[in-house]
Ligand binder design. Structure first.
Ligand code: GLC
Length: 553
């Protein structure tokens, strides 16, 4: 599609921008974002300076899980557009030198998928059921589920059909798990990879990549709750029945062969919640090429903790033959401007409680959160590897923690018996203008209510305003493009006074990054020139919660 010579390694240090299509821009005033909306805003993204966009699912879907319940992997949901719109999107992105990556959801389909509909029409034992995981129940009359597995969204991982059989869904009941031992399942996904690759996509973000291969040999083993597990608790030898089994790698090696049919080869990035020590194969050049590492996002904002995470991620990526990946926000987690506004000692469960309290308790320090978020972003963008940004973080958007309960759509809310509020708060449609219906998202309102504060956080309110978060991102991405060299990083421990709250490292081309994560100001290293700062400096000091990019002449 592109005239430029293709660089097979373009992704290694690229900046990706995640678009959650329903919430990005709405062209037809139905309150839901769509592909023409995305097309209309691509110049904004090119101007922001990202290299690629990653589109969360836009496929036909009943939206039981925000589009991660796919009814047809090779089409566009009519509410979001058409395949022609998709082709126009690729062409416009190409014109703007942006690559496009799409999301692929191989662990489960939607219950509306033709395969599942066929399975429902078939009788127990019919081969049409073999593409999924159907079992008889336990107990008298098989009235108990085949195992005690709890789904990731709460409630049992099995649903019973009127004919007595149960089917497996590790997420919502509308997301039946596929049986990856079935040759047709394997073959059909290869067709899907080629379908989008032929249309010009640069690659795929692979949803729940660690879940495809399961031990489904009877009798199935009881393991209880499969939610919120700590990947480090998974067995080292890949013997968990559901997650991170060795057999999964055969699937991705097949995918790699398809990726390599194209020029440049298509890329993949795995969403794989696995032990650090077992992530490398997913990211290896024989498989997907990259894997998300969420340790950076989950690390406490302290220098020693972050340094350990950075070192760990860099060495793991090296070992895999991949480049590292960095993420601070996405469509599944509390936006980092709010996460960093909360007391550091909160656990993930405490943050859920904060959401349940509509963000009132504990009180979020919004100004501090934004300050730390900007510092964290400059730190991330200075690290070797790829950064994955999430739409709206360039505006410093907070989590909308006080969405009315009647508006909530994340399946977690209902399935947890209203104990977990869910992920809607980071999916509120973007504000483009200061005022007007839905702050410029579209003329027909917005499928989740936007708070009033969005007006002053809009693109219009920040554009061209020195010091705004939007301009900080633009400057950072522009500079990064000029400075980027090899993937090396060298820690500098003793510039100025040694300081436990500081991360200071050198990249190539005289580029240094210094983050002051402590509560005390730090002296700027003598002889350095400040290129960019996440917040105002005080004389020759870097104030607390501030990152600077320095040039060493
Ligand atoms: C991934 C997606 C998440 C979705 C889940 C099930 O974790 O990021 O949004 O709910 O998979 O598909």
């Amino acid at each position: 599609m592109t005239d430029q010579p293709s660089d097979p390694h373009w992704w290694r240090q690229a900046v990706f921008y995640q678009i959650y299509p329903r919430s990005f821009a709405d062209s037809d005033a139905d309150g839901v974002g769509d592909l023409p909306g995305v097309i209309s805003r691509l110049p904004f993204l090119a101007d922001l300076g990202v290299d690629a966009v990653w589109l969360s699912p836009f496929y036909p879907s009943a939206l039981a899980d925000g589009g991660y319940d796919v009814a047809d992997y090779r089409d566009v949901d009519p509410r979001l557009g058409t395949l022609d719109d998709f082709d126009r999107l690729i062409a416009e992105a190409d014109r703007l030198s942006l690559k496009v990556m799409v999301d692929i959801v191989p662990n489960h389909t939607s219950s509306d998928h033709r395969w599942f509909q066929e399975a429902l029409r078939a009788a127990p034992g019919d081969p049409a059921r073999d593409r999924y995981v159907f079992r008889a129940g336990r107990g008298p009359d098989g009235a108990l589920p085949p195992t005690d597995w709890v789904s990731c969204f709460g409630g049992p991982a099995w649903t019973r059909l009127p004919d007595g059989q149960w089917y497996l869904h590790l997420f919502a009941p509308e997301q039946p798990d596929l049986n990856w031992d079935h040759p047709e399942v394997r073959a059909d996904f290869l067709t899907t990879l080629r379908f989008w690759s032929d249309r010009g996509v640069a690659g795929f973000r692979v949803d729940v990549a660690h879940g495809l291969a399961k031990d489904l040999v009877d009798p199935l083993r009881d393991i209880g709750d499969v939610r919120g597990y700590d990947p480090e608790d998974l067995p080292e030898d890949g013997s968990h029945p559901l997650w991170d089994r060795d057999e999964v790698h055969g699937i991705f090696r097949e995918w790699r062969k398809v990726f390599d049919e194209y020029d440049p080869p298509r890329i993949g990035v795995a969403e794989a919640w696995v032990r650090d020590a077992r992530r490398a194969p997913y990211a290896s050049p024989d498989e997907l090429g990259q894997a998300f590492n969420f340790d950076f996002l989950n690390a406490p904002p302290s220098a020693p903790a972050l340094r350990a995470v950075i070192d760990g991620a860099l060495s793991a990526a090296r070992e895999a033959g991949a480049s590292a990946t960095w993420v601070l926000s996405n469509h599944d987690v509390i936006r980092h401007a709010s996460r960093l506004a909360l007391p550091d000692e909160l656990s993930r469960a405490d943050r859920e409680t904060w959401l349940l309290a509509d963000g009132r308790e504990p009180v979020a320090d919004r100004a501090l959160g934004l300050r730390r978020a900007r510092a964290a972003t400059l730190l991330m963008l200075a690290l070797p590897g790829s950064s994955y940004l999430y739409q709206g973080e360039e505006l410093g958007l907070p989590e909308v923690a006080d969405l009315p309960r009647s508006a909530l759509q994340d399946p977690t809310w209902e399935r947890s018996g209203h104990q977990v509020k869910g992920r809607d708060g980071c999916r509120v449609p973007l504000p483009w203008t200061r005022s007007g219906p839905s702050y410029g998202f579209g003329d027909g309102g917005s499928w989740l209510p936007q708070p009033e504060s969005f007006g002053e956080l809009s693109v219009e309110a920040q554009e061209g305003v020195a010091g705004s978060t939007l301009e900080l991102y633009r400057e950072a991405l522009g500079l990064r493009g000029q400075l980027l060299g090899d993937e090396g990083l060298e820690w500098l421990d003793s510039v100025g006074q040694p300081h436990a709250g500081v991360l200071h490292f050198r990249r190539s081309n005289g580029w240094q990054c210094l983050s002051n994560l402590s509560a005390r100001p730090v002296q700027l290293p003598a002889g350095s020139e400040v290129m960019l700062s996440s917040g105002p400096l005080t004389g020759d000091e870097v104030p607390p919660h501030t990152t600077v990019w320095l040039l060493w002449p």
